[in-house]
Design a protein around this ligand. Structure first.
Ligand code: SF4
Length: 308
């Protein structure tokens, strides 16, 4: 049930088609599913407004590839949704005309997925040569247009964890004040299919994630966050854990072509992630979501240490 103190966020999945082929993508096995039609998405936008959505996040796959993307953004703004945002691989924005059209349609914020500080790392993880240079050009185009509300997100996997401090340096140079370092979800998709190739131990990844958060703090960027991590590996960074802020601030629904989840935050904690016997007596037990279920199946829980 929505609490009045929280923002109501609806994440509208337009479809799973994408111009990248990220090796860890949670939707890697869904790319061939048919996307929603324009009519279906417009109906969803009107329904979201009726349900009192404060935030509408339109995502894919890669929603910006759709010929109707600007019309969808405009429709959401026209019905009065306060914040219309989109997580994107950023490639479309390399085309200045497209960047101008999307900004002109009224998008409020964009989150660019940047998976490495260099083309070598990013393009290897997106399995899409040229994707890094296009997103960098996209960022430059948005800057030229004076569009400032750009955030970043990075999926943390074996192939980029050591480069997180360098990536943090890039985020600082780009002036991106909202960044999420997201520990890869192996419950579904690419990371489940290639678990050993992609999923690092949390005890190996966390030091690089903490270092990246520290680089942000030193630059004055206190809104950088880590997501999907056990709190015992992030002591001292509790204010920068996405889930803790998210539970306090948002009620989130997911509306996808193949499922509807009316409380995505609660169900992730109940179904997707687990605390274990190792968590007994932990001072953070009631605010921590633990580790991904698939992670625990493969690596076990010996890295978890109850906080006294
Ligand atoms: S021991 Fe368990 S509950 Fe405590 S911080 Fe670690 S994962 Fe979370």
């Amino acid at each position: 049930m929505k609490e009045k103190t929280k923002k109501h966020k609806i994440v509208l999945f337009a479809g799973y088609a994408c111009s990248n082929r990220c090796v860890f993508c949670v939707n890697a096995d869904k790319r061939g599913l048919p996307g929603k039609t324009t009519g279906e998405l417009l109906s969803s936008i009107y329904a979201a407004q009726k349900k009192g959505a404060d935030v509408l996040e339109i995502i894919g796959g890669e929603a910006t590839m759709r010929p109707d993307f600007t019309a969808l953004v405009r429709a959401a703004k026209d019905v009065g949704i306060a914040e219309v945002v989109c997580a994107t691989n950023g490639r479309v924005f390399a085309d200045m005309a497209m960047a101008r059209a999307i900004v002109g349609a009224g998008i409020d914020a964009l989150v660019f997925s940047i998976h490495g500080p260099s083309a070598a790392i990013h393009d290897a993880l997106t399995a899409s040569p040229g994707s890094f240079s296009e997103l960098m050009k996209g960022l430059a185009n948005l800057k030229k247009l004076g569009f400032k509300r750009v955030g970043g997100n990075t999926t943390v996997v074996k192939g980029n964890m050591r480069a997180l401090p360098a990536l943090a340096g890039l985020y600082v140079r780009l002036g991106i004040r909202n960044v999420e370092y997201i520990f890869v979800d192996p419950n579904y998709g690419g990371a489940r299919n290639d678990f050993s190739g992609l999923v690092p131990k949390i005890s190996s990844a966390a030091p690089y994630m903490r270092k990246a958060l520290g680089i942000g703090l030193a630059a004055g960027f206190d809104q950088w966050k880590a997501r999907y991590v056990p709190l015992c590996h992030f002591r001292g960074f509790e204010a920068q854990i996405s889930e803790m802020n998210e539970r306090r601030l948002f009620h989130t629904e997911h509306w996808a072509p193949d499922f509807i989840n009316t409380d995505a935050i609660v169900s992730r904690g109940v179904v997707g992630r687990r605390r274990t016997e190792a968590c007994k007596g932990c001072a953070r037990f009631h605010v921590c979501e633990g580790l991904w279920v698939e992670y625990l199946k493969r690596y076990g829980d010996h890295e978890l240490k109850a906080i006294k």
